[in-house]
Design a protein around this ligand. Structure first.
Ligand SMILES: [Zn+2]
Length: 220
């Protein structure tokens, strides 16, 4: 959803809460959406204690009860969706090939990075993983998202670790499945088909201390 209508619930300083929103708040390693609420610019969106705050550039321009038309900067969001699905594919492949787990990630529109708990990363291997990842992209796999009870999710082998890491209060999980390549409990934004990614380009790899390798990538 790129545009929507909503009602302002509260506006304090530069922080606006709406009764509903399509803005993705910063989280899970993904940057937040930016965009507009009517004539007001939204420069950042954050989630605190379950509430979504739209940070706006003109404090006082909106007040409780106002009806606003929200619009998301779609070019940027679409890049983040492509980047995020790419990160899942790269993680699945590196994990399958090396057993490495992901210790961090930062998904941004133009360049993203993933941290793996690995002690080695040679150039040739990175190039191999990237080829396999681009093969997945080219297969045009459907990316599906659906909801599942925690109990059910715990029965799925690959999901157990993640599901267990979530607080017990979360009893329904959103599952994102990329064809036969990756299935995760995940709250982030994704494309609908891997073909939308285009081509993955790994820019460089860095050593970030013992057992930590960082991979930077962009899309073409
Ligand atoms: Zn994700």
């Amino acid at each position: 959803m790129r545009e929507f209508d909503a009602k302002v619930v509260s506006a304090e300083g530069n922080r606006v809460v709406l009764d509903q929103t399509a803005f993705y708040p910063r989280g899970g390693g993904l940057v937040s959406d930016i965009g507009t609420l009517g004539a007001v610019k939204v420069t950042e969106v954050v989630k605190e204690n379950g509430e979504v705050f739209h940070i706006v550039d003109s404090p006082g321009a909106l007040k409780a009860g106002d009806v606003v038309h929200g619009s998301i900067d779609w070019d940027r969001r679409y890049k983040v969706m492509r980047m995020h699905t790419t990160a899942h594919i790269m993680c699945a492949i590196v994990n399958r090939e090396t057993g490495a787990l992901i210790t961090g990630n930062q998904i941004s529109p133009d360049e993203s990075r993933i941290d793996f708990n690995l002690d080695q990363f040679d150039r040739e291997k990175i190039s191999d993983y990237t080829k396999v990842a681009n093969g997945v992209v080219a297969r045009g796999l459907e990316v599906k998202s659906y909801f599942m009870n925690r109990e059910e999710a715990l029965k799925m082998p690959g999901l157990v670790k993640l599901a267990n890491a979530l607080p017990p209060s979360v009893d329904v999980l959103r599952i994102v499945q990329i064809g036969d390549v990756d299935t995760q409990a995940d709250g982030g934004v994704h494309v609908g088909n891997t073909r939308e990614i285009g081509e993955i380009v790994v820019n460089r790899a860095e050593n970030k201390g013992k057992n930590n390798r960082r991979l930077y990538f962009s899309l073409r």
